[in-house]
Design a protein around this ligand. Structure first.
Ligand code: 13P
Length: 283
């Protein structure tokens, strides 16, 4: 069933688990995410970036995801990942999204607040919750490329001020997480996460969770993370499985046969995340 992210994340916050927010770019990834959600009886956010909308067509992919959400036995929110502008946010609202991120974290504080407030006013008027970010998460995600030098951790006091000033619903934190695969083993700053959680009442979001060891994810969930974004590990499962399958079956040109093991591999990744996020069975 189609719901807003607020329903999902407030329950997660209360019951101390996290809901996975899985990026999709096409029909096959969407299938894998929904199959995992049904198999695990887990709530989900299915998220689309501006790049996904451009690639797959704003008229097509949201319709596929919305149809799947309405047919699903589990609660599903459709989320705009890293909304780069007010215009893209409006496009997503018109396309039926039930959750919006406005990412203006690269702007100075006052401009970030102003951009987020504008989006909050529009989204709240139609009952759609908003995620915002402060600090800068490193790595590359679609159009968002943040070098190690530019990446900055979220400051707990500034987080509290940001929530008050901009009035949004969920806060994405920078605590040593980065988009894409990590170069070494990531070390999340749990002291910083605790300090943010103690000063901020809205649910907290962890981006760049691909490649973070399970033990650190477990600790992040225990410390108060309620939404966890996964993209790279799904892409990796898709492409590596496709490479292996086409190497072993060079004459196979039926895309349905090629995609079948890829969907299975992506589903396995998503199911594992649901278990470590503790969202399995929470419907
Ligand atoms: P990964 O690509 O590291 O999984 O991060 C996804 C993400 O944070 C999307 O916003």
């Amino acid at each position: 069933m189609l719901v807003t992210s607020k329903e999902l994340l407030l329950d997660a916050q209360k019951q101390r688990y996290a809901v996975g927010a899985f990026n999709t770019n096409n029909l096959e990834i969407t299938h894998a995410i929904f199959r995992a959600a049904e198999a695990k009886q887990s709530p989900i956010l299915v998220q689309l970036s501006a790049g996904a909308l451009k690639y797959a067509g704003v008229e097509y992919l949201p319709m596929i995801v919305e149809k799947a959400a309405r047919l699903a036995s589990v609660p599903v929110a459709i989320h705009l990942d890293h909304g780069p502008s007010f215009e893209v946010v409006m496009t997503a609202l018109r396309a039926g999204f039930t959750s919006i991120m406005r990412d203006a974290s690269k702007l100075p504080y006052d401009e970030n607040v102003a951009e987020v407030r504008k989006v909050v006013e529009a989204c709240h008027a139609v009952g759609v919750p908003v995620e915002a970010e402060i600090g800068r998460i490193g790595g590359a995600e679609e159009h968002v490329v943040v070098s190690d030098r530019e990446a900055t951790m979220s400051d707990p006091d500034e987080c509290a001020r940001f929530v008050d000033d901009a009035g949004f619903d969920f806060l994405a934190v920078a605590i040593g997480n980065a988009h894409g695969f990590y170069k070494g083993e990531p070390q999340l700053d749990f002291g910083r996460l605790e300090a943010i959680r103690d000063r901020v009442s809205v649910p907290l979001v962890l981006h760049g969770a691909s490649g973070i060891p399970d033990a650190q994810i477990t600790r992040a969930v225990e410390t108060g993370i309620c939404k966890i974004n996964i993209d790279t590990e799904i892409r990796n499962a898709l492409i590596r499985t496709m490479q292996q399958f086409t190497r072993e079956n060079p004459d196979q040109i039926d895309p349905r046969k090629v995609f079948a093991p890829c969907i299975d591999a992506m589903q396995a990744v998503v199911e594992h995340k649901m278990d470590i996020f503790r969202s399995t069975g929470r419907v």
